[in-house]
Design a protein. Sequence first.
Length: 343
Amino acid sequence: MNKVDPRLASDIAGIRNSISRSDRTDYVTTYTEREFYEGKTTTERVLILRTRGCSWSYHSGCSMCGYWGDTNPDIGKEELEKQVDHFLKDYPQGEVLKIFTSGSFFDPIEIDQGLQFSIIDKVLSGYSHLIVESRPEYIKKVVDRLSKYAGRIQVAIGLESTDPSVLKNSVNKNYDFDDFKECAMLLREHGLSVRAYLLLKPPFLTEKESIDDSIRSAREIARYSDFISVNPMNIQTGTLVERMYKEGNYRPPWLWSVVKVLQSLRDVDVPTVSLVTASGKRRGAHNGHECDRRFSEGIRKYSETLDFRFLDELKCECEDSWKNFLEVEEETGMPMSEVILDD
Ligand SMILES: [Zn+2]
């Protein structure tokens, strides 16, 4: 099956070429975040490495991804080794470490394969668990060697949606649910756990379509996943989604929609959370109302504890505006941009 729509891919590539890239060689950043992991609320350390970037983004890239800006084409093995050593000098140990690149940890062009495993050895001598991200196409080559870290590594895959037409016509992902399933099963056979990311509100979908898409996708991936993170769209610089947003053709999802998706998945027995980037801001999920901060906090607290009370207690008069927004979009069949609410 052809997994790419040529016109969408060419639009994305055109915009991508206009972004200026980083000239730095140190790691991008480190910070901590809390989430419900391995059965409890855990404070996790995040390290974002600066790499040459996602190989897919060199060919085309995804419609919402602006991580290209954090990358540098000249970064090779030596620079990456230095970044990791520098980080471990300051943060040598802890419970959970997430290492993110602006691409795939297991892409051998992005991180030399020998170096992938020396990084894993180094960090797992100080941290109990490691979470890394990768596109499926790189996982088969490393999974045998990963089995010696069984129970200690989780691999996150950004599937975004199980719907092939969303992946092809909205996201330009160039892989699909079958690729995800195959890799997820392989990882689990080797004792590694699987985290799946879903994207709430890919471009060209109405709010209602995107809510339904995330709920359906979460239900379909649950049996292949140990952890599900529903990531609401945030608008990143130099992306197709940013261009649509600036042209008035895209609005990030409402926080109401995030709550709705999570509440609808109450019966799914895989931890399902939502880490909302730019929560309450116009470029992130927002209601556009005075309740934004309260909703952001409620979703964050739920995601740290899986306690649904934090979601169930969220009430606001703007619920009617959200419902009305959904209805108008369904009537016209077209995604709408921002509607200004009274405070
Ligand atoms: Zn409100």
